[in-house]
Ligand binder design. Structure first.
Ligand code: B12
Length: 220
């Protein structure tokens, strides 16, 4: 039953039907489906929407509708995710943003939610964030980790500019850098000098835990 409702959620999102998506999400919650499983099918649905756009079936306006639906559903799921975890002392501090030239933020927001739900303090710089803004935020907030997101092949390279800016300011050794976004790979992350690549929001949490441990070990 819950498998069936997950398929319906994906279909409704791909069909850009907000009301039906909300109805099926509410049903899934009633059936006891975990929020993360709902998020995963929504993410699969977004990929299909992207493919339809690439094939000329959908237009930018359709991408906007799909992202609005995703955000509406996150408004429903976020309180459930946060309720699952009782957090006392932050595990670590993360400054996160979508790099310059890029306004995709659904994935970044998801990573932010999952990190917060798992005890991280996250400062979200938003979208289209310049290297200077990342540098200023590192100076101001002294985070353990800098997280960067990019969804466009044309903006991925701006992650390298942020890392170079951190190096120039003598800040690179003080933070760990994690990058993510659909067009990225582990290889790309290594090439630009990041410490880690996170394929999705769940993996990102595990990696950030390890990065904070590494950082603490190197500090003492
Ligand atoms: C929704 C969407 C939009 C929305 C974005 C709304 C928003 N607020 O984010 C709008 C309509 C604004 C948009 C605009 C554009 N888009 Co768009 N968009 C998409 C779409 C369909 C879905 C992206 C998404 O939200 N996925 C769901 C989330 C959950 O997945 P995710 O972002 O990958 O994030 C996960 C992981 O990657 C990872 N992750 C992400 N960030 C981070 C960060 C860290 C630190 C870590 C560890 C992990 C991590 O974890 C996340 C959760 O698991 C994609 C298709 C696709 N296949 O990606 C196209 C896509 C990215 N867009 C594309 C294009 C071309 C554009 C436009 C140029 C279109 C245009 N002509 O105007 C503009 C660019 C605007 C700009 N300057 O940024 C292309 C990019 C092609 C390319 N090679 O670069 C894609 C791939 C569509 C396609 N198949 O052609 N888009």
């Amino acid at each position: 039953m819950s498998q069936e409702v997950l398929v319906k959620i994906k279909e409704s999102l791909v069909n850009l039907d907000l009301d039906r998506t909300i109805d099926f999400v509410k049903k899934a919650i009633e059936y006891g489906v975990k929020p993360i499983d709902i998020i995963n099918v929504l993410a699969d649905g977004m990929k299909i929407v992207g493919d339809l756009y690439e094939r000329g079936v959908y237009f930018v306006a359709d991408l906007i509708i799909a992202s609005e639906i995703f955000k509406e559903i996150m408004n429903i799921l976020e309180p459930l995710i946060m309720r699952e975890k009782e957090v006392l002392k932050p595990i670590g501090r993360v400054v996160i943003g979508t790099v310059e030239g890029d306004i995709h933020d659904i994935g970044k927001n998801l990573v932010t939610t999952m990190l917060r739900a798992n005890g991280f303090e996250v400062i979200d710089l938003g979208v289209d964030v310049s290297p200077q803004k990342f540098v200023d935020a590192v100076k101001q907030y002294k985070p353990d980790i800098v997280g960067m997101s990019a969804l466009l092949t044309s903006t991925m390279i701006n992650m390298k500019k942020v890392i170079e800016a951190l190096e120039k300011e003598g800040l690179r050794d003080k933070v760990k850098v994690i990058v993510g976004g659909a067009p990225l790979t582990e290889k790309f992350a290594k090439e630009i000098g990041a410490d880690a690549y996170g394929e999705n929001a769940v993996i990102a949490v595990e990696i950030c835990r390890k990065l904070v441990e590494e950082l603490r070990r190197s500090r003492y």
